[in-house]
Design a protein around this ligand. Sequence first.
Ligand code: SF4
Ligand code: SF4
Ligand code: SF4
Length: 572
Amino acid sequence: MVNLKINGKSVSVPEGSTVLEAAKAANIEIPTLCFLNGVNCAGSCRMCVVEATGARGLVAACVYPVSEGMEVRTNTPKCRQSRKMTLELLLSTHKKKCLTCPRNMTCELQRLALEYGADADKFATAAPDTPLDTSSPFLIRDNDKCINCRRCVAACKNLQGVEAIGPIGRGYAVHIGGAFERPTIETNCVGCGQCIVACPVGALVEKSGTDAVWKAMSDPEKKVVFFTAPSIRATLSEEFGLPVGTNVEGKMVAAIRRLGDVEVFNMDVTADLTILEEASELVDRVKNNKPLPMFTSCCPGWIKYIEHNYPEMLPNLSTCKSPQQMFGALLKTYYCEKNGIEPENLFVVSVIPCTAKKFEVERPELKKDVDVALTTRELARMIRTAGIKFADLEDEDYDDPFRIATGGGAIFGATGGVMEAALRTAAHMLDGKFEVLDFKEVRGTNPIKEAKYKVAGITVKVAVASGLANAKAIMEDIKAGRKNYTFVEIMACPGGCINGGGQPNVPDSVRNWTDLKTLRAKALYNYDKKLEYRASHDSPTVKMLYDEYFDQPNSHKAHEVLHTEYTPREKY
Ligand code: SF4
Ligand code: SF4
Ligand code: SF4
């Protein structure tokens, strides 16, 4: 351990720690901008400058190592003056459109400028005027708001291994974009949105679908239905100031109902349906020597990644549509037929944790079964616009017939959840007496998890990865024959959908030092534990759907509505 003093307070931290980590241990906050814990640590923005004994001039706390007996001062006039000047220089080239910026009130630059009393026009230059990149269906890049912190570049490279974006040009002209200035639509971007949640300002935001939803709700010809993805119940709370990991399912349903004349359904129902279809497909592949390992197919970020990078492995991908697309297809077929609604008059809105699903709804092979996909952030904006006092709402339940689902469906929102839900059902399919419901080996936020189970004389070897850089490691091992699995779950976002690119913006001061993934996942596992049904095959809703419509898993009708196919792709 190394002993030092920060602002006169003694602290001991492991050798190799940075001053920023030591300050955190001493409960002293140092402002940051380009630093994002576990993602980007470049020491380039100079917001975290401090004075330290033995150092010449100010040093960047995020990269400066501690030493024995060091004395650090984080709040001297010199530090404050330097930070203020840094902010004024950043603001000099910044498009200052705070009033209408989607990051207004959650922007790190805005917060710091206010805290340090920075003069936005001190070094005023000509207003920047770079065209927006609106080429993709999910993301808008406004480089006139970019502060070149490169957190997005680091997220895309270090977390996702995609490297769709990077710095272009030199010196004053440097900016972020696709190689050779290609717009997003022409890159290998998978749409995960990890760059959006990494961005401290409004330079990267999702393409909003809220106007289309408001319009549909005021159209007398349209019947509007919403359904919410499993993870939203565990994250929407953060938009309304409730603690990270608070389950707000009941308030969320009540809030959506107050937006307009709509019905609200539970997407866990099609997560359960996915499990029935996927587990049957797995059992068929195992028993009939079909391509293994089988890969999960519920994450559209992962689907696009494999289409770009491992097209030769597409036969290994489960043919199941994602739960979002299963729900859309179910509504436009079964639900419309049952209720005498013309499918074009049913306006389907999904509330989802990611931006990749905005791309997914536009895939031509999926027939636009979902009209608009809204992120958690967009739903929160609509709730605020409607003047709904979220925290005061009484809990309400989803609407029938898509109300009741199982814990297996709910844990889809966390890495390992799809695998655990599939194991609960596949084990039951292989051995009707198998009654284990907790497969704890596949839980948790470790980047790659492996386990082996023996059921009905068959050994099932499984792996779970989240974050596409980890997916890449698994794929390379499989291709080289170093690993041999039966079933592999991959989610594009580190930690799974609870950490998706459409989830709430969390301030750096919290995000850098809180294990968001674990807290949010805990909310889902606690919910799973208390539900009446925990295995997808026990769901009364799923049983009703097979009785009334699909007959049995993997039937002809099920294939027609619930399955799809994939194509290799070079770019968007
Ligand atoms: S959406 Fe994902 S893949 Fe695309 S640029 Fe952002 S981080 Fe990279
Ligand atoms: S787009 Fe955002 S995250 Fe990327 S460099 Fe610019 S400010 Fe930083
Ligand atoms: S892990 Fe979840 S949030 Fe992330 S891209 Fe996949 S489906 Fe979307």
